[in-house]
Design a protein around this ligand. Structure first.
Ligand SMILES: *[C@@H]1O[C@H](CO)[C@@H](O)[C@H](O)[C@H]1NC(C)=O
Ligand SMILES: *[C@@H]1O[C@H](CO)[C@@H](O)[C@H](O)[C@H]1NC(C)=O
Length: 339
């Protein structure tokens, strides 16, 4: 008996150890693959670079056929965007939505691991916002016709400018202009068990704060609590921003909608506080942090996508061209560890 209970408590300790180890082992970090450059490597080279760096997920902004081909059998999890330019057509024309899904998803779905379709990027609020939900519904129907609606979730990607207030996080609330579109979208997401995709940039909050935010809070390097918000204590700005969106979701019936961080990053050049050291610090700390969740969702691993794979020379001059982890040559801008 004594021996047995020793064995079983050792087994339980081992099991607990494994359970505790799981969150940090979860591969929840991807990297966005933008293509706004005239000197970028071939998609097959890019996919091999993802594999060699142990990057397990990708966001692709356009259904680039060469990239989709290269992703076949790679086991890389994919967010595929419906580009903003296609929203109006896909919102109004069910045949166009069916064609889009057949050509860009169904044709690859036996060997490409599609996870989410992001219907539009940062279009709410704005002139195209009216097309987002109708396009989401048509894409969902097209996925259903193809038998893929359970494995591939339909969402849209929003900027945190959808918030009218974000500080402290519990005051997070959608602006009325955004809410016109987001309220029915949140219902759609909740009823389909789909997440809301959110682009989260402590960098821009830091830059815009005119010195009122300490850079350590933005870089995950504060040594203790910086913001206390009722029962919640914040040591980094990333968590505060994510929780402000959670608070806003909770106020509109979206308590069960998970947030996926569809972009986050820090530029290494081209503007204020844009240094290689800051970019490396931010992105490495983000990778190391996501397994912990946020104060409002403690222990719930955050799925996040670093923006972005390459410096892109056809984006606006300044920081926009310098978010890459790699130069177009595939040389790293700085070393970063995904394992
Ligand atoms: C709807 O989409 C189909 C398939 O892409 C296309 O052939 C058709 O012309 C479109 N209809 C309209 C009214 O745009
Ligand atoms: C949220 O999920 C919980 C647990 O699955 C469920 O009991 C609850 O009804 C859901 N709430 C909403 C608003 O859907």
């Amino acid at each position: 008996m004594a021996n047995r209970s020793k064995v079983s408590s050792a087994a339980i300790a081992l099991l607990l150890g494994l359970l505790i180890a799981i969150p940090t082992g979860v591969k929840s970090i991807g990297v966005c693959y933008g293509m706004n450059g005239n000197n970028l490597p071939q998609p097959s080279t890019v996919v091999n670079l993802y594999k060699s760096k142990n990057i397990k997920a990708m966001r692709l902004y356009d259904p680039d056929q060469a990239a989709l081909q290269a992703l076949k059998s790679s086991n890389i999890q994919l967010i595929l965007d419906v580009p903003n330019t296609a929203l109006q057509s896909l919102a109004s024309n069910t045949s166009a939505a069916n064609d889009w899904v057949q050509q860009n998803v169904k044709a690859y779905s036996s060997s490409v691991s599609f996870k989410y379709i992001a219907v539009g990027n940062e279009v709410i609020p704005g002139a195209q916002a009216q097309y987002v939900l109708p396009a989401m519904r048509n894409i969902y129907s097209a996925l259903s016709s193809a038998g893929l609606q359970n494995q591939i979730k339909v969402s849209t990607s929003v900027a945190t400018s959808v918030l009218a207030e974000s500080s402290p996080p519990s005051h997070g609330v959608f602006s009325s202009a955004a809410l016109t579109y987001l309220r029915p979208i949140v219902q759609f997401l909740a009823s389909n068990g789909a997440p809301l995709l959110v682009n989260v940039y402590p960098y821009f909050s830091y830059v815009d704060s005119q010195g009122t935010i300490n850079i350590n809070y933005a870089l995950f390097t504060s040594s203790g609590t910086v913001v206390t918000d009722g029962q919640y204590k914040y040591q980094n700005l990333f968590d505060a921003i994510v929780d402000a969106v959670y608070a806003a979701l909770e106020k509109v019936g979206g308590s069960n909608v998970t947030i996926v961080v569809s972009e986050s990053g820090w530029p290494s050049a081209g503007g204020y506080a844009a240094t290689i050291n800051n970019a490396k610090t931010y992105n490495q700390n983000l990778i190391n942090h996501v397994g912990q969740g946020t104060p409002r969702r403690p222990g719930k691993t955050i799925e996040a996508y670093i923006f972005e794979m390459f410096n892109e020379n056809q984006k606006s001059a300044g920081v926009e061209q310098n978010f890459g982890l790699f130069y177009p040559s595939t040389q790293p801008v700085y070393t970063i560890n995904f394992t």
